[in-house]
Design a protein around this ligand. Structure first.
Ligand SMILES: NC(=O)N[C@@H](O)C(=O)O
Ligand code: NI
Length: 170
């Protein structure tokens, strides 16, 4: 059986809203700081660690050094973090692939794929199905803001038939 193809759409706040936030410096800064030498784009994403006291959970910042992938991309698995949100913030002006899906009775529904513009980051809301960090250019270096704790915070779903994430619409 052939794989289903997922088209790639541009990453926008509106399109991504059901799954999380897009962090970008669009429009004028929320406030100017540092004697007017810095624009602060304030409070762009909802960092959520759920029930922190269950396992002394906390918010952590890690660095991911991920191998860039090529298109078309074979989507074999999606995952989610039931206890907290997860933000991917590129440390360079590169694009990456963001794949999410609605929940369908405890499994991922039809995936959606987005291509970020250089300078955009994302924050998945808690328990949102997503593909793993997928750079498309080197360096694949990202700051990741997510929940650090000892409780199990990863649910994976492996597809019987992988999807192919391939083209941008003509
Ligand atoms: N497992 C892990 O730390 N990374 C994943 O959550 C991911 O979304 O890449
Ligand atoms: Ni994740």
């Amino acid at each position: 059986m052939s794989s289903m193809e997922i088209l790639i759409q541009p990453l926008t706040k509106l399109a991504f809203a059901p799954f999380g936030e897009v962090l970008e410096t669009s429009g004028t800064p929320t406030m100017m700081i540092n004697q007017g030498l810095c624009g602060r784009y304030h409070d762009l994403a909802a960092v959520d660690i759920g029930e922190a006291d269950a396992d002394q959970g906390k918010v952590g910042i890690s660095l991911f050094d991920a191998q860039p992938r090529r298109l078309p991309y074979q989507l074999d698995m999606m995952e989610r973090h039931p206890l907290g949100s997860q933000a991917f913030l590129p440390m360079s002006m590169t694009s990456f692939l963001v794949i999410v899906a609605p929940d369908a009775n405890g499994e991922p529904g039809m995936p959606l794929a987005f291509l970020s513009k250089p300078g955009q980051g994302i924050n998945f809301h808690r328990n949102i199905w997503h593909g793993v960090l997928t750079p498309l250019q080197a360096p694949g270096l990202f700051a990741v803001v997510d929940r650090i704790g000892t409780s199990k915070n990863l649910q994976e779903h492996w597809f019987e038939r992988p999807y192919i994430v391939g083209r941008t619409p003509e």
